[in-house]
Design a binder for this molecule. Structure first.
Ligand code: CP
Ligand code: NVA
Length: 322
């Protein structure tokens, strides 16, 4: 297993199965009450949020504080990425002040630029392409629900979006049996499926279908996300029409085995992609899933920053420029 110390996390595809397992094992231990120590003592992390957040921002901020570090949340109203300053300049400045960055950016390309210009670790808190920290917490949740991940039968119902993409990579790395059900025109991108195929180590390939019954027939977990992601608001009416038959409601649930569990990364558009009775019903795991954001991210931060003392970081004057 490689070490996570000092690493960026831009894509979940950057992690091996053993590295993901290390995050989940530590996350599980932290949830049980294991003391992580204070690997972030004396360290400051910038938390850049170009898009709104509840779970990601709060769980990261709490995790950073629990590990002894100091978070500085920066919202787009003040930092104004690409308007007031370029991503590269923001990164070059912040990197002289802080020991790492957690960033939710509209564009994955901007996230890459942020990481390219920073010596300290950069963690993806969601872009248009991926949401790796969400899926680490989701894997922790599936492991709790089913006792393991390899061979777990998960059916993602909805848009081939950022969350779906991170799920496709994680499933390929971990040997999860993932099916993606979506309407024509909203399938995961071909390059995502090709990259995923290259990551697969003998596990089942990700299957994409337009037929809910095909994806759900033996599913142990039914996963959904909003039909209209942040930044796609202009398409909302069209998307509502195109996805209407894929609402996760009691009729759709009935296509899966009776014990199937329901997951949603939240925030939910209640009454749109999922109904209240399912979200609040006995098969729903969504609030445990949301809690696991904290444990998975606390573990991730501890592993990225463990062993790296403040002295091992370059002094500001000696930071390199790529
Ligand atoms: N699931 C998730 O990332 O939620 P927030 O947008 O509230 O952070
Ligand atoms: N796909 C959603 C996820 C929100 C956590 C979005 O990008 O808005």
């Amino acid at each position: 297993m490689g070490t996570l110390v000092g690493r960026d996390l831009l894509s979940i595809a950057d992690l091996s199965a053993a590295e993901i397992a290390a995050v989940l094992d530590l996350g599980e231990a932290l949830k049980r009450g294991t003391d992580p120590g204070r690997p972030l003592a004396g360290r400051t992390l910038a938390m850049i949020f170009q898009r709104p957040s509840n779970r990601t921002r709060v769980s990261f901020e709490v995790a950073i504080q629990r590990l002894g570090g100091h978070p500085i949340p920066l919202f787009n109203s003040e930092i104004q990425i690409g308007e007031r300053e370029s991503t590269a300049d923001i990164s070059r400045i912040l990197d002289r002040y802080v020991d790492g960055m957690v960033a939710r950016l509209a564009s994955h390309r901007d996230l890459r630029a942020l990481a390219q210009w920073a010596d300290g670790p950069v963690i993806n808190a969601m872009t248009d392409r991926e949401h790796p920290c969400q899926v680490l917490a989701d894997c922790l949740t599936v492991r709790e629900l089913l006792g393991g991940l390899e061979g777990a039968r998960v059916c993602y119902v909805g848009d081939g979006n950022n969350v779906c993409t991170s799920w496709i990579y994680a499933a390929s790395v971990l040997g999860i049996d993932l099916r993606v059900v979506g309407p024509p025109g909203y399938e995961p991108a071909r390059e995502v499926l090709e990259r995923a195929a290259a990551l697969t180590r003998g596990g089942p390939p990700v299957r994409c279908t337009h037929e809910p019954a095909e994806g759900l027939e033996d599913a142990q977990v039914i996963y959904t996300d909003v039909w209209t992601s942040m930044g796609q608001e202009a398409e909302q009416q069209q998307r509502r029409a195109d996805f209407a038959h894929l609402q996760v409601n009691p009729a759709l649930l009935a296509m899966a085995p009776p014990g199937a569990r329901v997951m949603h990364c939240l925030p939910a558009h209640r009454g749109e992609e999922i109904t209240d009775d399912v979200l609040d019903g006995p098969q729903s795991a969504v609030f445990d899933q949301a809690e696991n954001r904290l444990w998975a991210q606390e573990a991730l931060l501890a592993l990225i920053f463990s062993g790296a003392t403040p002295e091992t970081r370059a002094s500001p004057a000696s930071r390199s420029t790529p």
